[in-house]
Design a protein around this ligand. Structure first.
Ligand code: ADP
Ligand code: ASP
Ligand code: MG
Length: 429
């Protein structure tokens, strides 16, 4: 995406308000969305609304495509998936009109919102703001379909699951909006998914960096690329509940984070597969070929490990289970090309991650992760630590329990989580 230019002219504050699937799940909720948009407009703001498809709709549409073909063509998948937002966008515009307001809906290709041609995971290249500016200037509310765009050949594209967040933040950046409000079915960003961990604490603010890490490790409250764009263009993002007046959570730069803390929260990524190739010949060329093949898969390969045993090498990594089918031919080629003696695939795993700016600097954090899970006899493997996170793999069936145990062990429900070494006689936590 190219750098945004502030649009000259309008002096009214501009709000981008994005509503997720559950917020537009039925006509009553769509009426509520319309009320919220009109209230903001009556308070003196220009308002752009971005909506997702009605709850469950995108899954239903993709399911239909998979009934026809197990590995459907990505271009056609996007044509189908984009229809979900087409319906909710027009319904929202109608609901605003029904309440006496003026609104005009826009699909991705009507703006246009230009993307590359990577169907099902397209990246935004440019957002045209002219048509939105025109309707705002006439006192209307612009209602934009999330998740979709159009490539340079006028093919419909989608931005990847959860992509309406990307549309909203990219529009806010392009329009120089004062705030991008992400309305969802929880009241903000918590120290852990509040649906899994009832003691999860709502954060007043979180740094872009920490949220980026949490989102990339499975906290789907914000789509990861929306956080990247927010960070790059310093978009003020406020994540809040659709069904409450309460203040939610603000994304802020590290320096302005309100709370002094070293740990931000926990995230889980379910349905991970672990692939291990063993008995590889130790050869730099071969290693380069392996990395190139993994890159070709263009999927979120993580927890990559490289072990050398004498003249032989073994490599393990994780990838989303759903990608295994697509990755299988490349993996089989890997085994042949690299002369691996064995390939082992384990599925049904969950990657559990603890995120925070203090993770790297405190070696006791890793120790506490292992100790607290060991107490509950939850095996953890493939631990990896970097600047902002520590991650490990657990059996999927025990992941929720592991999340709650770690939340408790690191006292994340308290405003300032402690990460110091234990001081009692047994050295126990
Ligand atoms: P929407 O449809 O509004 O985009 P999503 O389902 O994509 O909503 O994201 C909201 C969900 O994210 C919540 O219902 C919650 O279960 C989940 N979630 C995961 N991690 C967190 C977290 N740390 N804080 C808040 N919600 C989280
Ligand atoms: N409807 C799309 C999805 O379900 C985009 C979104 O909800 O943000 O992934
Ligand atoms: Mg979402």
């Amino acid at each position: 995406m190219s750098a945004p230019e502030k649009y000259p002219g309008s002096r009214r504050p501009l709000l981008v308000k994005k509503f997720g699937g559950t917020s537009v799940a039925d006509i009553e909720r769509i009426r509520k969305v319309a009320r919220l948009a009109l209230e903001s407009q009556r308070e003196g703001n220009d308002v752009v609304v971005v909506v997702s498809a009605m709850s469950g709709e995108t899954n239903r549409l993709l399911g239909l495509a998979h009934q026809v073909l197990p590995l459907p063509d990505a271009r056609e998948l996007d044509v189908i998936a984009a229809t979900g937002e087409q319906v909710s966008t027009a319904l929202t515009a109608l609901a605003i009109q029904a309440q006496g307001g003026q609104a005009c809906s826009f699909l991705g290709h009507q703006l246009p919102l230009r993307t590359d041609s990577a169907f099902t995971r397209a990246r935004i290249l440019q957002v045209e703001q002219e048509r939105i500016r025109e309707v705002l200037a006439c006192g209307q509310i612009a209602v934009v379909a999330g998740f979709q765009g159009v490539d340079s050949n006028d093919n419909i594209t989608t931005l990847g699951r959860g992509g309406s967040d990307i549309t909203a933040v990219a529009l806010a950046a392009a329009l120089g909006a004062d705030v991008c409000e992400i309305y969802t079915d929880v009241e903000g960003i918590y120290t852990a998914d509040p649906r899994v961990c009832p003691s999860g604490r709502k954060l007043k603010s979180i740094s872009y960096e920490e949220m980026l890490e949490l989102a990339s490790l499975g906290a789907k409250v914000l789509q990861v690329r929306s956080v990247e764009i927010a960070m790059k263009y310093e978009v003020p993002v406020h994540v809040r509940g659709t069904f409450t007046e309460e203040e939610g959570t603000w994304l802020v730069s590290r320096e302005t984070a309100f709370e002094a803390r070293v740990l931000a929260g926990l995230a889980c990524e379910h349905n991970q597969a672990r692939v291990e190739l063993s008995g590889l010949e130790h050869h730099p060329e071969r290693m380069a070929e392996l990395m190139e093949l993994l890159a070709e898969l263009n999927t979120s390969v993580d927890l990559l490990r490289h072990r050398q045993e004498g003249t032989q090498v073994s490599i393990s990594f994780t990838l989303p289970e759903g990608e295994l089918l697509r990755a299988k031919p490349s993996l089989e080629r890997l085994v042949d090309d690299l002369g691996a003696s064995a390939i082992q695939v384990s599925t049904g795993l969950t990657k559990v991650s603890l995120v925070g700016i203090g993770v790297r600097s405190d070696p006791w954090i890793a120790a506490r992760v292992c100790r607290s899970l060991a107490r509950h006899r939850i095996p953890v493997s493939d631990l990896a630590v970097n600047e902002l996170r520590i991650s490990g793999l657990v059996e999927g069936s025990r992941a929720d329990e592991a999340l709650r145990i770690l939340h408790e062990a690191f006292e994340l429900a308290r405003a300032e989580a402690s990460v110091t070494r234990p001081t009692n006689a047994e050295g126990a936590w």
